[in-house]
Design a protein around this ligand. Structure first.
Ligand code: TA6
Length: 278
């Protein structure tokens, strides 16, 4: 039965060890910090420099970015990527069904209530439900900021977004038309693909696998690799770790953000599947 135990840093987490998966979920930020089905290398990446201090966001896994993504639209003192990823969530229910571990986590913030379902087995399914508990409409952004482990970011490609334009945050948030080509990392890459519900596939020949990230409820996908200089500027990110990861984030941000009416609930879901190619 899944239960809360202290990790090596005395932070509360749930360690999952079943025939279908190994993994972990930290209550801090309800951050899924590990997942791998049998016979696979870890699918999620976390930095060796990540702070597990119960205060800073965890660098890796699947941080939950909401009620805003990136910088707060008006408050320069507000933390990047919202409040949820640094909040203490509660574990409201835990269960094991046919080798799959189902965890239900919860959080309440002023005017918003969050329920997060984590289904960890041969696949990983994440469902974030957000309810407007206030009495006025509320604009909400949400992103499941998934860090994926790769053999070498310089040798992977990403398909599924060839026909989609994107906002290039490395080049002044300019809008770039669809390229018609798979994504390859050749430098700092920070792209918000908009108005897309396509599955996104990471092709990793170095690990003889593909990872498919599907989403529901959101029309944004963010692709990120910090590359050399930005990695060196992040204290919780090893200078040479940028080659071992990339982010494929399932989101509802920017023009794809939600407006929740009072009492309305919407859900953002991400499903991650890994397939061997050898
Ligand atoms: O999702 C990409 C991004 O918005 C990048 O701009 C980078 O800032 C990344 O998120 C990580 O943000 P963080 O606040 O965790 O350093």
């Amino acid at each position: 039965m899944a239960k809360i135990t202290p990790d090596d840093n005395n932070q509360p987490h749930v360690a999952v060890r079943t025939p279908a998966a190994t993994g972990s979920v930290h209550l801090h930020g309800a951050t899924v910090t590990g997942w791998a089905p049998p016979k696979h290398q870890p699918v999620l990446w976390t930095s060796s420099k990540s702070l597990f201090d119960g205060h800073n966001p965890i660098r890796g896994g699947v941080p939950i970015c909401t009620p805003w993504f990136g910088a707060h639209p008006t408050d320069t003192d507000a933390p990047a990527h919202g409040l949820a990823r640094t909040a203490a969530w509660t574990l409201d229910h835990a269960g094991l069904s046919e080798e799959e571990t189902l965890l239900g986590l919860g959080l309440e913030l002023p005017g918003l209530k969050f329920a997060y379902g984590v289904l960890m087995g041969h696949g990983l399914k994440l469902v974030l439900e957000i309810t407007n508990t206030g009495d006025t409409p509320r604009r909400v952004e949400a992103a499941l900021h998934t860090y994926l482990a790769v053999s070498d970011a310089r040798k992977v490609t990403i398909t599924g977004l060839e026909q989609t334009s994107y906002i290039d945050k490395v080049n002044g948030a300019s809008v770039v038309p669809a390229t018609g080509e798979p994504i390859a990392f050749t430098g700092e890459t920070d792209r918000v693909y908009t108005d897309t519900d396509h599955d996104v596939v990471l092709h990793d020949p170095g690990l003889d696998r593909t990872i498919t990230v599907s989403k529901d409820g959101g029309l944004s996908t963010i692709i990120w690799n910090p590359w050399i200089d930005k990695a060196a500027r992040m204290a919780d990110f090893g200078d040479d770790e940028w080659t071992g990861m990339c982010c494929i984030e399932s989101a509802a941000v920017g023009d794809d953000a939600w407006t929740l009416e009072p009492g309305e609930t919407r859900a953002l879901a991400a499903t991650i599947a890994v397939q061997s190619t050898d």
